[in-house]
Design a binder for this molecule. Structure first.
Ligand SMILES: [Fe+2]
Length: 247
């Protein structure tokens, strides 16, 4: 498996707090069958200066890879970021935030409100040559309320990611994700791991909830994105409302 969204770099965001935790998380990923990781620390345009962020990330990466090599933890890693939505994004040097400097950019949206102008901003980012990956799309109440938003973003060329935790916990969120899968509106399953206890690397458990075909689909897509290639994707299906339910 390939995990494209996790917070394992030491001391850089609300993920691994130091090198020990970072190594522990790397081992957990490896033991569960993850072979490659995209490291995606949070980037907030309002709080982080981009060059400074990239330098800090590089330093944390150096520390982590050196320690992992010393301790014999073998796992592929590349650098990316989880970029909080801002209309300023198209004006930044996005190559510093994209997965391994390639075309993919993981974007987190606000949970509280549908950000105005998002379609325009996503379009501008695409015009710059990037493919937005919308992070944990099961977590935005305005998307749950109207999944046609997600349909339009995917139709416009965005990819969408869901967190394994949403499937593992079952209940309403898992149901929602299963609808998104049926509508071809999600493409990637990731752990979004932050810590060994509270938000652990749980991609294996997430995959275990899926049928073999869906698991292969998510695995192949993640491998392609990790390699900077474009996965072959099915046409999205537009959700329709019938008797107060999206079908
Ligand atoms: Fe995250």
């Amino acid at each position: 498996m390939t995990d494209l969204h996790c917070h394992l770099l030491p001391g850089i965001d609300d993920g691994a707090k130091d090198l020990d935790v970072s190594l522990k998380l790397l081992r957990m990923e490896r033991t569960s069958g993850v072979q490659a990781l995209m490291l995606t620390p949070h980037f907030y345009y309002e709080r982080n200066e981009l060059k400074h962020f990239a330098e800090q990330r590089e330093e944390a990466y150096r520390q982590m890879t050196r320690a992992a090599a010393e301790k014999g933890v073998e796992i592929g890693t590349k650098l990316g970021a989880e970029v909080y939505f801002s209309p300023a994004l198209p004006h930044l040097d996005l190559s510093l935030l994209a997965f391994d400097g390639g075309p993919y950019l993981l974007i987190e949206l606000p949970t509280t409100h549908h950000p105005g102008g998002i379609e325009e901003t996503l379009y501008e980012i695409q015009q710059e040559g990037y493919i937005p990956i919308l992070a944990h799309v099961e977590r935005y109440p305005y998307v749950t309320e109207d999944p046609r938003l997600l349909y339009h973003w995917v139709r416009a060329g965005c990819l969408a990611q869901v967190n394994a935790a949403g499937l593992i916990r079952s209940g309403k969120t898992a149901q929602l994700i299963r609808h998104y899968i049926r509508w071809n509106l999600v493409h990637l399953l990731c752990s979004d791991a932050h810590s060994p206890g509270h938000r652990p690397p749980n991609l294996r458990e997430g995959f275990d909830t899926l049928d073999a075909e869906t698991a292969r689909y998510f695995r192949d897509n993640a491998e392609a994105v990790y390699a900077g290639e474009e996965p072959e994707l099915p046409e999205p299906i537009e959700p329709k409302k019938r008797l107060w339910q999206w079908v």
